[in-house]
Design a protein around this ligand. Structure first.
Ligand SMILES: [Zn+2]
Length: 128
């Protein structure tokens, strides 16, 4: 920037892997990040980046992690919804853990969160 301070932009693309919340298959989400930060000395809270320290060092890792957490969907699920639903039906037919009733719902209604996964939604990311 013309006067002292920084205008920063972070762009990255990454794949996030995990088990699908619905069918438990391996799921990969390709996520693109485009984040901006402004840090201006004496600019007040609005213009102070939490990722730039007093020595003008930028914590790229913390910034990237926070931006990714904000951008990701709340639940990790297969990008291919049709294949996912087919696997859920197959699981139900194999008598998977009382999920059989889900397959009988008309129009593929939104499946509820399996209680075994409910704990996952309570996960918090902290600064430690
Ligand atoms: Zn799935």
């Amino acid at each position: 920037m013309a006067n002292s301070g920084y205008s920063l932009r972070l762009r990255l693309e990454t794949d996030v892997r995990g088990s699908c919340m619905r069918c438990l298959e391996d799921a990969v989400i390709h996520q693109a990040i485009d984040a901006r930060e402004i840090d201006q000395p004496g600019g007040g809270e609005e213009l102070t980046s939490p990722y730039v320290d007093d020595h003008d060092m930028l914590d790229v890792a913390a910034w990237a992690r926070d931006a990714l957490v904000l951008a990701l969907p709340v639940q990790l699920a297969c990008p291919d919804t049709e294949a996912c639903e087919a696997r859920q039906r197959a699981m139900a037919e194999r008598g998977g853990a009382g999920r059989a009733t889900d397959a009988e719902e008309p129009g593929g209604a939104e499946p509820g969160i399996d209680p075994r996964w409910a704990k996952l939604s309570e996960l918090k990311f902290d600064e430690s």
